[in-house]
Write a protein that binds this ligand. Structure first.
Ligand code: FES
Length: 128
């Protein structure tokens, strides 16, 4: 059996939603101290829905595929759904990752949740 699923290879070779959103209203960063990989997520949220999402990942192929798949999973979704996104869901959508590569999908979950927290803290500041 191949080490990586076709979906992982596809998202690694042709990552979706790569880049920066200049007027993002939620930005999150996640890193793994052991491997040194870093992922940054940009969210453009309007009416409690993720209208746009982009990412920059300086990391391994599984991290790139995980970021790409995660952006596809949350684009157009309400925040109530995005809050529930787990790394397991990202890995499942990729038809699995090798066990020692599961931490790569954790970066996607953490970067998105950090971006949501950033959005929420900006909203709180605006309200005050
Ligand atoms: Fe660390 Fe993939 S090896 S994110």
């Amino acid at each position: 059996m191949a080490l990586y699923s076709e979906k992982v290879m596809d998202h690694f070779r042709n990552p979706r939603n790569v880049g920066v959103i200049e007027d993002a209203n939620g930005v999150g960063l996640a890193g793994n101290a052991k491997c040194g990989d870093i992922m940054k997520m940009y969210l453009k949220i309007e009416d409690e829905v993720v209208q746009d999402v982009k990412f920059e990942t300086f990391g391994c192929g599984s991290a790139i595929a995980s970021s790409s798949m995660a952006t596809e999973l949350i684009k157009g979704q309400p925040l109530s759904e995005v809050r529930k996104l787990t790394n397991q869901a990202v890995a499942e959508a990729l038809d699995g990752l090798p066990a020692y590569k599961m931490h790569c999908s954790v970066l996607a979950e953490e970067a998105i949740q950090a971006a949501l927290q950033d959005y929420e803290s900006r909203m709180t500041k605006e309200d005050n």
